[in-house]
Write a protein that binds this ligand. Structure first.
Ligand code: SF4
Length: 692
C-alpha cells in the first residue's frame, strides 16, 4: 500500500509568511502524509504544527464548495447557491455599474496575505479595470520596512540569515512561533548553533530569550525610542564604522548631534529598559561583525513606525552591516518578469495621484491603500466615494483596526464580493461569495515581488473540489468581463509561465528546480553607489522637505498618552497555531489553542482578583471584549497581552460567528494614524481589566 503513495515536492503557503519546502504524500487524490523537505532552501526539513495540519483545510466539511448569492439582508447568513457563470456576471454587472456612476476608482480591490501570485494578479486586475485602489494591510506589515528602506538606502534591507553572522539582533520577531516573511526559524537556530550571539528585543519573554545573551523587555510601542538610544551609545562611544560612515553616509554629523539627547537614562524612562542594558546591547551590536537585525512586523503596528524603521536602518548603516554577508542586504532577484510589467502599471500612469492615499499625503512609493483610509472613503466620501469591494484571502472584519467602524463601512458599500476557502465574518457580509482552491490544489509561485531575492515553486498536489477555483483563475475570468479581454489569458496558468519565462524556463522546469534565487552579490554600492538622491545611505533624508518627512529619526512621544483611567498597556500577539484570523476551524489546531488567551502577570492578576482561566473583560477607550486569563510572568506587570484575530466559526451565522466577543480590533482605533503609512496604533493601548 505504501507504494501507492506518490510523493510530491511543493512549498507551504497561506499558513504564515514562511515558505517551508514540503514533501507531500498523495494517494487517490488525497494528501495522506506531509513532512518538511530536508532539501528545503529555507527550512532544511523543518515543519511546524500549522504546516502539519495544513492539508486539513482541503477536506474540512465546512469548506465553501459553490458560489453563493446573498438571499437575506447583508450579514444575515442566508444564501442561494448559484453557478460560476451567474456569479461572475453578477460581479461584473455590479462593478461596471459602479464604474459608470463613480468612475473605476469607486471600486476597491482588497487582499489579505496570500503571498502567492494571486496577490499580483489582483493588482493587475485593479490596474486594468482602472482603479488605483488596492487595499492591503501592508501599512502594518512589510511596507514600512521596505519603503523606509528604499528612501533611506535605496533598497529593502532584509536579514541575510544564509551567511554567518556574529550576532543576531532579534527585534520584535517571535520567529520560532510565527515565522517571518522569507525567513524560517530554522535558519536563525542554525546561526545560533554556529556560535552567533543573540539579543532579543521583545515585551514578552519569548522562547528565544532562553538562548539569548540579552533580553530587552521594552514597553510596548517604544521601539523607536530604544533604537535611538542604541544610536546615542554607538555614536557617543565612537563605536561606529568610521570608514563606511565617512564614505557612504549622508548627514552623519546631523544625526550625531540629533541623537545626543537620547541618552540611555532618558530612553530608559520611556522604554523601561535599564540604561546598563541599553549600553551593553548597543555595544554588543556595534562590535560584533557582521551583525544582522531580524525585525518583525510588530514595529509596524505603531503610528511611529517610520521613525523606528529609519532608526534601525541607520543602526545597520553606521555599524557597517548594510549589504554585507550576514548583515542586512539588498537581495537580488533571479531572472524573472519585473513586477511593474506583470501588474501592467503602464495602464494606470496616474495611479500615484489618483489613489485614495494620495489625498492623505502618504510617503511616496506606498502603492496600496491603508485600510483606515479605505474606510474613510466609504463612510465620508473622502477624497471620493468607494462603493464596491472585491476581496480575496482577507478578513477585514477582524483584521482592520476599529472593527465597529469596519462593520459600518461594509454596511455602506453597494456591493461586496469575497473569495475565500471558508465562510468568515467578512464573507458573511458579502453579496457574492466565491469558493477558492487552496494551496496544494493549484499551481502557484511563492515570494514573488517580496524583495527577498528568490521565488518558490508551489505546484499543485491534488485536484480541488469541482467548483473551487484558484483565485488566479477567478480573476482571469472576471478580468475578461470587466476589462479588455486582450489583457487576460485563455488559460490562467500562462501567468505562471510569464513570471519564469524570462529566465528561459518553463513553469515545469522551475518546479523541477524547486526555487530560483538571485545571485549573492554584496556591496554593490562600491560600484554604483546607493540608489538614493545623494548616492549614499541617507541618515538624514535629503528629500525630507520635498516629501514632508522628518529628516532624522525622532522620538515624538508614546503612541498614546498615559491615562490613569486606563492604567495598563495593552499589546497583542499572534498564536503559533493560527494565521491572523484564520484556521480556528481546523480541529488539530483548535485543540492546541482552543480559546483566546490574555496574558496577565500574576501580580497584576492578584491585584485585580483574577485567576487562571477566568473570563476577563479588557476595556480601552474604544471598546471592550472578553478573553480568558492566563497568569504568566512572560509579560511585565504593567502589560496585558491579548490574542489577535479571534472569532468562533462554530457560532451562529447571524452573530457573524461571535466576532464581537474576543476580537482585538474592538479595542483599537483608526483615528490617530501614522502620517507616512496610515498605520494605526495596535500595540500600545491604554486599558483596564476586570473579572467577568
Ligand atoms: S513555518 Fe510557516 S511555512 Fe513553515 S510549515 Fe509552518 S506555516 Fe508552513
Amino acid at each position: 500500500m505504501k507504494d501507492d503513495v506518490r510523493w510530491v515536492k511543493t512549498h507551504c503557503a497561506r499558513m504564515d509568511h514562511g515558505g517551508c519546502a514540503l514533501l507531500v504524500g498523495v494517494k487517490d487524490n488525497k494528501i495522506v502524509s506531509i513532512k518538511g523537505d530536508p532539501d528545503g532552501f529555507l527550512n532544511k526539513g523543518y515543519i511546524c504544527p500549522k504546516g502539519v495540519a495544513s492539508p486539513d483545510r482541503l477536506t474540512h466539511s465546512d469548506r465553501l464548495k459553490h458560489p453563493l448569492k446573498r438571499a437575506g439582508k447583508r450579514g444575515e447568513g442566508k444564501w442561494k447557491q448559484i453557478s460560476w457563470q451567474e456569479a461572475l456576471s453578477e460581479i461584473a454587472q455590479n462593478l461596471n455599474k459602479i464604474k459608470e456612476k463613480y468612475g473605476a476608482k469607486g471600486v476597491a480591490f482588497g487582499v489579505g496575505m496570500p503571498k502567492g501570485l494571486e496577490h499580483f494578479v489582483l493588482i493587475r486586475l485593479a490596474n486594468i479595470f482602472g482603479s488605483p485602489n488596492v487595499i492591503s494591510s501592508q501599512d502594518v506589515c512589510h511596507a514600512p520596512r521596505e519603503i523606509t528602506g528604499v528612501h533611506t538606502c535605496g533598497f529593502y534591507p532584509v536579514a541575510n540569515l544564509h551567511h554567518k553572522s556574529k550576532l543576531v539582533l532579534l527585534w520584535a520577531s517571535n520567529i520560532t512561533s510565527t515565522n517571518e516573511e522569507g525567513e524560517i526559524s530554522s535558519m536563525l537556530l542554525e546561526q545560533l548553533k554556529h556560535g552567533a550571539e543573540l539579543i532579543v528585543v521583545d515585551p514578552r519573554k519569548i522562547d528565544l530569550v532562553k538562548k539569548s545573551k540579552k533580553w530587552l523587555q521594552l514597553r510596548p510601542g517604544t521601539d523607536h525610542a530604544l533604537a535611538l538610544g542604541f544610536l546615542n551609545v554607538i555614536i557617543e562611544e565612537s563605536l561606529y564604522d568610521k570608514d563606511f560612515v565617512e564614505n557612504w553616509t549622508y548627514g552623519f554629523e546631523d544625526l550625531a548631534e540629533h541623537v545626543k539627547k537620547y541618552t540611555p537614562e532618558k530612553i530608559s524612562e520611556i522604554t523601561w529598559v535599564s540604561p546598563d542594558q541599553i549600553r551593553a546591547s548597543a555595544r554588543l551590536y556595534a562590535t560584533s561583525k557582521p551583525a544582522v537585525i531580524q525585525w518583525g512586523n510588530p514595529i509596524e503596528h505603531n503610528i511611529y513606525t517610520f521613525d523606528t524603521t529609519r532608526a534601525l536602518i541607520c543602526l545597520m548603516a553606521v555599524c557597517g552591516n548594510l549589504d554585507v554577508p550576514g548583515g542586512n542586504v539588498h537581495a537580488k532577484d533571479p531572472k524573472i518578469m519585473g513586477l511593474g510589467q506583470f501588474v501592467r502599471s503602464d495602464l494606470i500612469p496616474d495611479k500615484r495621484k489618483e489613489m485614495i492615499s494620495a489625498y492623505h499625503g502618504v510617503i511616496p512609493r506606498l502603492m496600496t491603500i491603508a485600510p483606515s483610509f479605505f474606510k474613510k472613503a466609504i463612510l465620508e466620501g473622502v477624497p471620493y466615494p468607494i462603493k464596491g469591494f472585491y476581496a480575496m484571502c482577507a478578513n477585514p472584519m477582524l483584521s482592520y483596526a476599529d472593527s465597529r467602524q469596519t462593520y459600518e463601512a461594509f454596511m455602506n458599500l453597494d456591493f461586496i464580493a469575497v473569495a475565500d476557502l471558508f465562510m468568515t465574518p467578512t464573507a458573511a457580509m458579502a453579496d457574492i461569495v466565491l469558493p477558492v482552491a487552496s494551496q496544494f490544489e493549484m499551481d502557484d509561485i511563492g515570494h514573488y515581488g517580496l524583495g527577498h531575492g528568490f521565488i518558490l515553486a508551489r505546484p499543485k498536489v491534488v485536484d480541488p473540489p469541482e467548483e473551487c477555483w484558484p483565485d488566479i483563475k477567478i480573476m482571469n475570468e472576471l478580468g475578461k468581463r470587466i476589462s479588455p479581454a486582450e489583457y487576460w489569458h485563455n488559460d490562467y496558468s500562462q501567468f505562471l509561465e510569464d513570471v519564469v519565462n524570462p529566465g528561459d524556463l518553463t513553469y515545469s522546469q522551475f518546479v523541477e528546480k524547486g526555487y530560483l534565487k538571485g545571485p549573492d552579490r554584496f556591496k554593490l554600492y562600491e560600484e554604483k553607489g546607493f540608489r538614493t538622491p545623494t548616492g549614499k545611505v541617507e541618515l538624514k533624508l535629503s528629500t525630507a522637505g520635498k516629501f514632508n518627512l522628518s529628516p532624522l529619526p525622532t522620538f515624538t512621544g508614546l503612541p498614546e498618552e498615559d491615562d490613569p483611567e486606563y492604567p495598563l498597556v495593552l499589546t497583542n500577539s499572534k498564536s503559533q497555531y493560527y494565521l491572523h484570523s484564520s484556521y480556528r476551524w481546523i480541529k488539530r489546531l483548535r485543540e492546541k489553542r482552543p480559546e483566546p488567551k490574555a496574558e496577565i502577570h500574576p501580580h497584576t492578576a492578584l491585584q485585580y482578583g483574577i485567576k487562571e482561566g477566568d473570563e476577563v473583560i479588557i476595556e480601552t477607550r474604544y471598546g471592550k471584549i472578553t478573553q480568558i486569563a492566563h497568569c504568566t510572568d512572560i509579560v511585565d506587570p504593567r502589560v496585558i497581552n491579548a490574542s489577535h484575530g479571534w472569532w468562533f466559526p462554530e457560532e451562529e451565522a447571524e452573530s457573524l460567528y461571535g466576532w464581537k466577543k474576543s476580537n482585538f480590533n474592538f479595542l483599537t482605533s483608526a483615528e490617530k494614524l501614522g502620517k507616512e503609512f496610515g498605520t494605526p496604533n495596535l500595540k500600545a493601548i491604554g486599558c483596564k481589566i476586570s473579572r467577568k
